[in-house]
Design a protein around this ligand. Structure first.
Ligand SMILES: Cc1cc2nc3c(=O)[nH]c(=O)nc-3n(C[C@H](O)[C@H](O)[C@H](O)COP(=O)(O)O)c2cc1C
Length: 336
């Protein structure tokens, strides 16, 4: 299955998304509910453009040799520094709720390619129950991502995964700004450092905080004991007119000074974007919307096709900037 076929197939069934050849936030604009950004709808595109403004520097005066895209994250080895992004409810893309089969397909695809799957807690209990079943079936390196409901509710959900082989636990703090949550009973809200410390203390697994956009926020997550942060603005879905994630990454990397792992998301679509992110100091990247398209276009096979495409692109781009392994990537390889 080629990626072109994946896109063509996806267009037959996916709703609110045009499965564009380049997922740059222009086709979906402010389609919400749906995969778009909060009004006026520029957030996803701003993220994408911020990566495009960064350029890569050729370096072919290095010893020749094969490229190794492998990495270590949270104590395990992976073939790529890549996570699929959580989508709590696939009703954004479909009349029927296909969240459980979607998570199953992405877990299978990420497990088959040696990458990481993040999944959302969604709005119905079946989502997490289904995810647990899929984890037993496919043994992915999976990370549940919990919305910022009251801590007692998050801790109950964490308990479901404590005995599983989940790679880490994550709470997404910027979901506090999602307007389409407002009709749901258990309301999300902002978190204090004390709240995060309580959640961190509740698990023996690495604890991640998703939705960090400032050096100050990153340092607060570090203070709360986060083993990793995800630099993210929720794909522009929580607030418009925020910077692109690529714009804030360097200052966050500097402030954090290696005290916690840094993953970044938002408009990362190709291997070249992955090279830019890692060269600027991220330990890994997360990609979300294209995984929905890949799954609609070919289930687990579509997901695998997309990841293999990314891996080829990433490997070729590493080669041309003079990197043979992930740890060779450094800021001199990019031009801001
Ligand atoms: C339809 C949709 C649903 C999402 N649901 C969640 C969610 O439940 N939890 C979460 O942490 N992020 C959620 N996100 C945000 C993504 O995980 C990711 O942070 C964001 O889309 C940026 O990545 P991208 O530009 O690669 O899509 C959702 C995004 C979309 C488009």
């Amino acid at each position: 299955m080629t990626y072109r076929e994946v896109l063509e197939n996806a267009r037959k069934t996916i709703l609110n998304c045009k499965a564009c050849p380049e997922c740059n936030g222009l086709g979906c604009g402010n389609t919400l509910p749906g995969p778009g950004s909060k009004a006026p709808g520029n957030g996803a595109h701003d993220n994408w453009s911020a990566w495009k403004r960064i350029r890569l520097n050729f370096d072919t005066f290095v010893e020749d040799g094969p490229v190794d895209t492998g990495c270590e994250l949270f104590g395990r080895r992976f073939s790529l520094p890549l996570m699929s992004g959580p989508i709590g409810s696939m009703t954004q893309y479909s009349k029927e709720d296909v969240t459980v089969p979607f998570n199953d397909g992405v877990m299978e695809g990420t497990a088959r390619t040696g990458t990481i799957d993040c999944f959302g807690d969604g709005v119905v209990p079946e989502t997490l129950i289904g995810a647990l079943e899929s984890m037993k079936k496919h043994h992915p390196a999976a990370i549940p991502v919990f919305n910022p409901m009251p801590n007692a509710s998050i801790m109950k959900k964490m308990d479901l995964f404590e005995e599983s082989d989940a790679l880490a636990m994550c709470v997404v703090v910027d979901s506090a700004g999602l307007s389409h949550w407002k009709h749901i009973g258990d309301q999300p809200g902002t978190k204090t450092i004390t709240d995060l410390k309580e959640l961190k203390a509740h698990t023996n697994k690495p604890f991640l905080v998703k939705g960090i956009m400032t050096a100050k926020g990153a340092l607060q997550a570090v203070e709360a004991g986060a083993d990793g942060i995800i630099v993210s603005n929720h794909g522009g879905r929580a607030l418009a007119d925020v910077p692109g994630t690529a714009e804030v990454l360097p200052e966050i990397v500097k402030a954090v000074n290696k005290e916690t792992k840094i993953i970044v998301d938002g408009g990362i679509r190709h291997g070249v974007d992955m090279v830019k992110a890692i060269a600027l100091g991220a330990d890994g990247v997360l990609i979300c919307r294209p995984f929905a398209v890949a799954w609609f276009g070919g289930g687990a096979e579509g997901v695998k096709t997309y990841i293999e495409l990314l891996k080829n692109e990433f490997s070729e781009a590493m080669y041309m900037v003079g990197a043979r392994k992930i740890t060779d990537l450094n800021p001199e390889m990019v031009r801001l």
